[in-house]
Design a protein around this ligand. Sequence first.
Ligand code: AGP
Length: 608
Amino acid sequence: MCGIVGYVGKRPAQSILLDGLKKLEYRGYDSAGIVVCDKGQLHLEKTLGKIENLERAIKNKNWQSTLGMAHTRWATHGKPSDRNAHPHTDCKGELVIVHNGIIENYQKLKQALQKKGHQFKSETDSEVIAHLIEENYRGDLGAAVRQSLSRLEGTYGIAVIHVKHPDVLIAARKGSPVVIGLKENEHFVASDVTPLVSHTKDVIYLEDGEIAEITPSSYHISTINNEKREPAINHVEWEIAEAEKQGYDHYMLKEIFEEPDAARNAMLGRVIPEEGLAHLGGLNMNDDEMREVKRIVIVACGSALYAARAGEYMIEKYADIPVEVEYASEFRYRDPVIDQGTLVFAISQSGETADTLAAMKEAKRKGARVLGIVNVVGSTIARESDGGTYIHAGPEIGVASTKAFTGQLTILAILALQFGRLKNMPFSTGQKLVKELKTIPQKIESILEQDKAIKQLAESYAQYKNFFFLGRGANYPIALEGALKLKEVSYVHAEAYPMAELKHGPIALIDRNFPSFVIVPKDSYYEKNISNVQEIKARDGRMIAVATKGDSNISNLVDEVIYVPKTLDLLIPLLTVVPLHLFAYHLAVALKRDVDKPRNLAKSVTVE
Ligand code: AGP
């Protein structure tokens, strides 16, 4: 969602900010804006649509100011427009803010400020922050920001500039991430590390309720009550090249091709083949505590939720622990039962998803130990959980989650192994599982070799308006993931069902123009799945099968087959998902969609 980048230093800010905005594009946005502060004057430009529009609008400005900030907006309050884009100024045009998050009490504050004569220019909730700071400003910008923030309800990550403080940038956070980038004689502010890594790897993640006052040569972190903080400086491991396309047409394709590495990295140093064991260090639980877990609840959204659902099958089978997977967005509303033996996992690529965070807080409130399975290092979920594990998939830029999904599945398989071996799983099963897990990256690579064929297949299906995705057992969540991916990036309608559910109603839709993806590997459900395939065939349904290499029978029943290598039943999702990711990508490209930034979507959904 919205993105922030700010700079104070010795170099002209304009190009640093524009470059930073481009790195934030992946978050999803509908308008963009920039402001620099020069010799007691603000220079501000805001445009609807792509960053290129903004770039064009300021092309000849050549501002030399060394202080500025920029923003990409994803509309919540007020439609996307130049006027509603950030930055927002106060009445005098002396003070300017950018804001991520939602101010819940903005209407009340706005009315009070209007009564005092403040003139509002936008329909946003954010603008109220500028006017509130203006109202409280008596010459000390830090004090005015503090006083104003104490009046806000909701969430914010903000940055503030005032013309009377030409080398000061103030940033603050409550519920919406803010990172400070440190470098000699220059400092940065951003909503995540992506725009920072090309300048510096040393960062401070602001905590909720903290304010940073930064100048070119200093940074001062304190709380909203003005208590000084000594923050930890973190070193970002990501290389800038990891966040670039590296010759691929789209990030999504690059990231699908990184799925073998995502599986590899998630396993690295965590499985012990000779002992058939796994060990995820960051869980902060000893073996006895793990043995005492009686029930696992997993909260997540979107693809992360589907990974969790596949993980549910793995953990229940291998570790014999009941697992419930809950939509994070619904978790709070159903008064979930959390007892002593319940362990909660929150799965999130970004680590910033507001619904997942809220579910996690609710679980903690009820006394649960909450562990995170997260990709983005230093993200809120990673920091606010009681422990957990990083999937180490590297930066995922495409809005559609692909390699993170594979990383999440791998971690869930490792968890199943770790819990399983602490309970009843025999050594031989553990060894077999580790051995097979180790082959997964290579097996994914062999699927990726079929990219050309899958591209052709997707192109030949680009005219269809509806698809079913069908799977059984742990492949039902993969069907859900396949349908979600197709909808997200191609805007083609797709629905997923458990294979056998089709005959309970949806089969009425089947005809030659309604193709189905049937995930029918040679697992213990094969015969049952084939019966369902026969039912679709009997109704003249068009089918694409994802099947196990060597299954020659299947091609007599369906129109197209994509083969995946053989593996253990519960690891099959790690393979069957790959062709579905490729199919969604190529179909979207065939339809000329904006694959990496699909309409209406944001990479990290930071509002509930
Ligand atoms: C997946 O392709 C989506 N873009 C989306 O469903 C995503 O998985 C969901 O919003 C959760 O995000 P998170 O993993 O960052 O928490």
